[in-house]
Design a protein around this ligand. Structure first.
Ligand SMILES: Nc1ncnc2c1ncn2[C@@H]1O[C@H](COP(=O)(O)OP(=O)(O)O)[C@@H](O)[C@H]1O
Ligand SMILES: [Mg+2]
Length: 225
């Protein structure tokens, strides 16, 4: 038993039933990640990568199996506590930035801190520091539509990290970016991961991005190898 595991996934199964057909997507997934560990999860389209990430993010429940972060299971929590757990323990970065168009860059990054008031007094300072790290100090008052694709995704990275999450979950984070911007976002994810000491999980079919990870897991036929 590895005491230091920050994330422990045991015998995870997920099936979807549509009509009278049941599709087994995850068929017994087990792995552990320590604090400070980063992993790339690769696999063909439709292999269940997003399904796995959704379960890790407690956005969906498994058919069976367990997921623990620092020994705690999100699936044991009541709805309000689950929302707080997601907000404070997990950071999400998707292929789409999901920034809110009516808010500025700074406001978007601060939004997660407002979900369960009071926001920490340090929230704005932390947001400004993160936005500096991702190279957006000169775009604080811009709205998402006034940014380039790379800038939007860098803002999304800052938003995902504002609550210092223990686990950062990325689903094709560079999927919509050109090469130069994809490289910049990948570099940032690594740098910020190293500084924060979080668990970083990146789902990608970008082999160049995957190659930058010491640890890689491949998902196929419902199993990780
Ligand atoms: N909510 C759902 N209902 C039914 N089938 C689903 C649902 N979500 C995903 N699937 C199926 O699970 C499989 C894996 O999907 P997904 O996790 O999105 O794959 P990936 O991210 O690797 O491309 C696909 O066959 C997909 O159709
Ligand atoms: Mg997917």
């Amino acid at each position: 038993m590895t005491e230091a595991a920050a994330l422990r996934v045991r015998d995870l199964h997920k099936s979807f039933s549509t009509g009278d057909e049941t599709v087994v997507v995850l068929d017994g997934i087990s792995f552990e990640l320590r604090k400070n560990e980063a992993v790339a999860i690769t696999g063909p389209s439709g292999s269940g990568k997003s399904t796995l990430l959704h379960l890790l993010g407690a956005l969906d429940t498994p058919t069976s199996g367990t997921i623990e972060i620092d020994g705690a299971s999100a699936f044991d929590l009541k709805e309000k506590d689950l929302a707080r757990f997601r907000n404070q323990t997990l950071g999400f970065i998707f292929q789409e930035h999901h920034l809110l168009p009516q808010y500025t860059v700074l406001e978007n990054v601060l939004l997660p801190t407002l979900a369960f008031p009071p926001a920490p007094e340090t929230a704005e300072a932390t947001a400004l520091e993160l936005l500096e790290r991702v190279g957006l100090s000169h775009r604080l008052g811009h709205r998402p539509t006034q940014l380039s694709g790379g800038e939007r995704q860098r803002a999304a990275v800052a938003r995902a990290l504002i609550q210092s999450p223990k686990v950062v979950l990325c689903d094709e984070p560079t999927g919509n970016l050109d090469r130069a911007n994809a490289d910049a976002v990948a570099k940032l994810l690594f740098e910020l991961h190293r500084d924060a000491g979080n668990v970083l999980i990146v789902v990608t079919h970008n082999q160049e991005l995957a190659a930058q990870f010491e640890r890689k897991l491949d998902l196929a036929d419902g199993k990780l190898s």
